[in-house]
Ligand binder design. Structure first.
Ligand SMILES: C[S@@+](CC[C@H](N)C(=O)[O-])C[C@H]1O[C@@H](n2cnc3c(N)ncnc32)[C@H](O)[C@@H]1O
Length: 557
């Protein structure tokens, strides 16, 4: 563990680390000015490439972007052309990983120039003397958040460096590859509930993407990683974007602490209001005598099966302040004959931690192996591919694993005594949901808390704005056979309603209390000799509670 009093300055020794340098403030300022002047922004790149080439690039397909940025393809008026050509040089250099001439790079980035980029560790000269990217450096931005609860998450436009991805270079990825902003990173960004918090932790920060978002709504962010290279990339990105991230390059530590170490080791004994982690959760077959240098650090925590996720679910609450929350992504193994939630539930047993697991996807061992072998370009060597594929299947079979689940995990250390307020929920939602989902998850947690503290029977409810009702009826039938309540926003749930619940919902205009409405329906629908009034009321109240929990019905303002 790094002693916080004498923090290591990651990213100051490129020869040994092979990562960008963050200790050259003048060059960093020159680079930021040049990138701004050349229009290297999310919108600038999109406009240069055009819709379909830009969309193809988002799928890691470089060819369309290569074609539209060919110097010959850039025709228009000379002034526009010059600006476009300069931007095309930068896009081709770092996004498409095509070496550029030194003259072109110097003309496009006149303050930092090739010499400065080499010093910063961002490019190198290849054998032919051309300037080649050593890293990926791309614009990344997000809008200010409008979600009710996601206050403080203002927008920003950054440049983020990471290692070149599989589609930008030949061969298998290096084992200490520093991951760029991928689909999983974005999923966690969008899932995170953003409130103003004092202290946040990003465990396994990689290039720093989660930490950058946290800086917008948390006073202090601790970012950890087992990889010194990852911390060097993060530090470089923080320094390059100091202004947009509201950090003082001369006093980074007042807002950010970068810590080297495994899992919770670098933060032992500390507590945080919010922890986020996109951990190295990818399940990987273990082999006898393997060394950590053979593991892909960015995705493999080095433990067997899903132990890394199990370990985090069990231990993260130890570093949460009372009421603090952790959000992470994870994989879990599903043994033959058991439901997907049984293993995750076992990780929580007896802990008192409140939890919400949403399984977003479930795949077979075969599909899992294919996905992750492709991810690190391990398919490029046929023998390696065959052996690695077989090892995956053997590994899963050894634990009787039939499928692998992927999803998001929310954990909270209860404010009160267990089991006073503990809420735990496991659900499967595999269809597309609204993004960012974070504000909707925040509202759901609030509603669940409200249900614990308030008396539902006394509440006056209204139907949420995004809710519609759908009735299906056999032709000629007197009554609908199916009544569905649908949510247009958030988790986009659908609820099948009984006739009495449909009657309840249609009367929810905030006028009468839940108790009064249930009483009215009992009077209307009861009367038969075998009508069990108590059971009717209890069942309807429980159904109403579920509709409130899921956001179909809300307390009237
Ligand atoms: C999937 S990447 C996530 C990177 C980034 N946070 C994101 O959201 O894209 C996982 C990160 O965890 C780091 N890591 C791997 N094993 C670790 C461990 N035992 N403790 C802490 N970090 C670890 C890796 O170096 C990598 O940067």
């Amino acid at each position: 563990m790094t002693d916080p009093a004498t923090p290591a300055i990651f990213g100051t020794a490129p020869a040994t680390l092979d990562a960008p340098r963050s200790d050259l403030p003048e060059l960093l300022t020159a680079l930021a000015d040049d990138l701004r002047n050349v229009g290297y922004t999310v919108d600038g790149v999109a406009a240069l490439l055009g819709g379909s080439a830009h969309a193809a690039l988002a799928r890691d397909q470089l060819i369309p972007a290569l074609i539209v940025t060919e110097p010959a393809a850039l025709t228009g008026d000379p002034a526009t052309d010059r600006a476009k050509a300069a931007l095309a040089v930068v896009v081709r250099l770092w996004l498409l990983a095509v070496p550029q001439t030194e003259g072109d790079v110097d003309a496009a980035l006149p303050r930092v120039r090739t010499s400065g980029l080499i010093e910063l560790g961002l490019v190198e000269k290849n054998d032919g003397g051309a300037v080649a990217a050593k890293v990926d450096l791309r614009p990344y931005g997000w809008e200010g958040d409008s979600g009710a609860d996601n206050s403080g998450s203002g927008g920003a436009e950054l440049w983020v460096s990471s290692d070149l991805a599989a589609h930008q270079q030949p061969g298998v990825l290096r084992h200490d590859h520093v991951l760029g902003i991928g689909q999983a990173s974005t999923t966690l960004v969008q899932t995170t509930i953003r409130r103003h918090s004092k202290r946040a932790l990003d465990l396994g920060t990689g290039c720093g993407i989660q930490a950058f978002h946290l800086l917008h709504h948390c006073e202090h962010v601790t970012a950890t990683d087992i990889s010194e290279r990852a911390l060097a990339f993060t530090r470089f990105n923080l320094m390059l974007n100091a202004e947009a991230l509201h950090v003082d390059p001369a006093d980074l530590e007042s807002r950010v602490s970068l810590r080297l170490g495994s899992l919770l080791e670098p933060v032992a004994g500390e507590t945080f209001d919010l922890v986020v982690s996109n951990p190295p959760f990818v399940i990987t077959p273990r082999s006898a005598g393997e060394h950590s240098s053979e593991q892909f650090t960015y995705r493999d925590g080095g433990l067997p099966g899903d132990d890394i996720v199990a370990n985090l679910v069990r231990t993260l609450p130890d570093v949460l302040a009372p009421g603090g929350t952790a959000q992470m992504l994870g994989n879990w193994e599903i043994p033959a004959g058991s439901g997907w939630s049984e293993r995750p539930a076992s990780w929580l047993a007896g802990s008192g931690t409140e939890a919400w697991f949403i399984q977003r996807e479930q795949v077979s061992p075969e599909l899992y192996a294919e996905t992750w072998l492709q991810d690190a370009s391990e398919g490029r060597d046929r023998r390696l591919y065959r052996d690695a594929y077989a090892a995956y299947l053997e590994d899963f079979a050894s634990r009787n694993v039939e499928a692998i689940g992927f999803g998001m995990i929310w954990l909270r250390r209860p404010l009160g005594e267990y089991p006073g307020t503990a809420q735990t929920r496991f659900e499967e939602i595999t269809y597309p949901i609204e993004q960012p989902i974070g504000p909707h998850l925040a509202a759901a947690v609030e509603r669940a808390d409200w249900l614990v503290t308030d008396e539902l029977s006394d509440a006056h409810l209204v139907v949420a704005e995004d809710v519609t009702e759908e009735r299906h009826q056999r032709p000629g039938a007197e009554h609908p056979g199916v009544i569905l309540l649908r949510q247009g926003a958030g988790l986009r749930r659908t609820n099948l309603l009984s006739t009495e619940l449909a009657g309840f919902v249609s009367a929810c205009d905030g006028e009468l209390s839940v108790r009064q409405l249930i009483g009215a329906l009992a009077a209307l629908l009861g009367g038969a000799d075998d009508f069990d009034d108590d059971a009717f009321r209890a069942r309807l109240l429980s159904d109403v509670e579920n509709l409130v929990r899921d956001g179909f019905l809300l307390p009237a303002a």
